[in-house]
Design a protein around this ligand. Structure first.
Ligand SMILES: N[C@@H](CCC(=O)N[C@@H](CS)C(=O)NCC(=O)O)C(=O)O
Length: 240
């Protein structure tokens, strides 16, 4: 049995997709980051970085509990545990890991900053421009890759796709009306959206997305001070 510490964010959505795909038994606990639940001592004992997702596997290596944080590490751990969604052939595995890393080090951080400046600091035109340019470049990269292969790692669905799909879904939902390149089925990225629809139609993905959508973001309930704490602004900023 696996316990998942969760919220509505794309990094957490990856883990729901993975758990449903592998058929592992799990229970999810919602963490309200705006209320500071990630900073409570019990949660920090699981993840000193104070962020979700985190899993506790009660049937960990050698028996007993094992805690994993960082969404990429969780996907790799669950792949190794189940033997699923990460090819064993060295070339296919290498290809899959490269595209997983593109998500972990590129798409996640860059889309995150794109979201941040567009939602919270639109008056900062340099930040908006820099991260919009970078996000758009990554849409092109993924579309070009998917023009040549069925899935990001190659012929088969893998943890590279599981890591990447929730970010495009989130961007389409958050900015689809305001940024043409983020719109679902947007012109110019036909291979990306072909891949997207294929994943969204997988039974395991449909189950995961139903659970995800049953726990929407709690952002609307947050006060200005609570948002400042998560974003490191105002009285929580290192420089003023
Ligand atoms: N690199 C981490 C990022 C995790 C992350 O940023 N989690 C966010 C939600 S998406 C969070 O817990 N934020 C709370 C905070 O920053 O205080 C991963 O991929 O797991």
């Amino acid at each position: 049995m696996i316990e998942l510490y969760a919220m509505a964010s794309p990094n957490v959505q990856k883990i729901y997709l993975m758990l449903e795909e592998t058929g592992l038994r799990y229970v999810a606990h919602q963490i309200n980051i705006w209320k500071g639940e990630q900073f409570e001592p019990g949660f920090r004992a699981l993840n000193p970085n104070a962020k979700v997702p985190v899993i506790v596997d009660h049937d960990g290596p050698g028996g007993g509990d094992y805690v994993v944080f960082e969404s990429g590490a969780i996907l790799l751990y669950l792949s190794e545990k189940t033997g699923a969604l990460l090819p064993s052939d060295p070339r296919q595995r290498g290809d899959t890991l490269q595209w997983l890393m593109i998500q972990l080090t590129g798409i996640g951080p860059m889309f995150g900053q794109f979201n941040h400046f567009n939602r919270f600091a639109a008056e900062n035109r340099y930040g908006v421009s820099r991260y919009t340019t970078e996000a758009q470049r990554l849409y092109r990269l993924i579309d070009d890759r998917l023009a040549r292969t069925a899935f990001l790692g190659g012929d088969d669905y893998s943890i590279a796709d599981i890591a990447t799909f929730p970010w495009f879904r989130t961007e389409a939902r958050m900015f689809g009306d305001t940024h043409p390149f983020t719109a679902a089925d947007g012109d110019g990225y036909p291979h990306l959206w072909r891949w997207y629809r294929q994943i969204a139609e997988r039974p395991a993905a449909m189950r995961a997305l139903a659970v995800i959508d049953a726990h929407p973001s709690t952002f609307a309930t947050a006060t200005v001070t609570e948002v400042d704490r998560v974003l490191g602004r105002g009285s929580h900023a290192a420089t003023r």
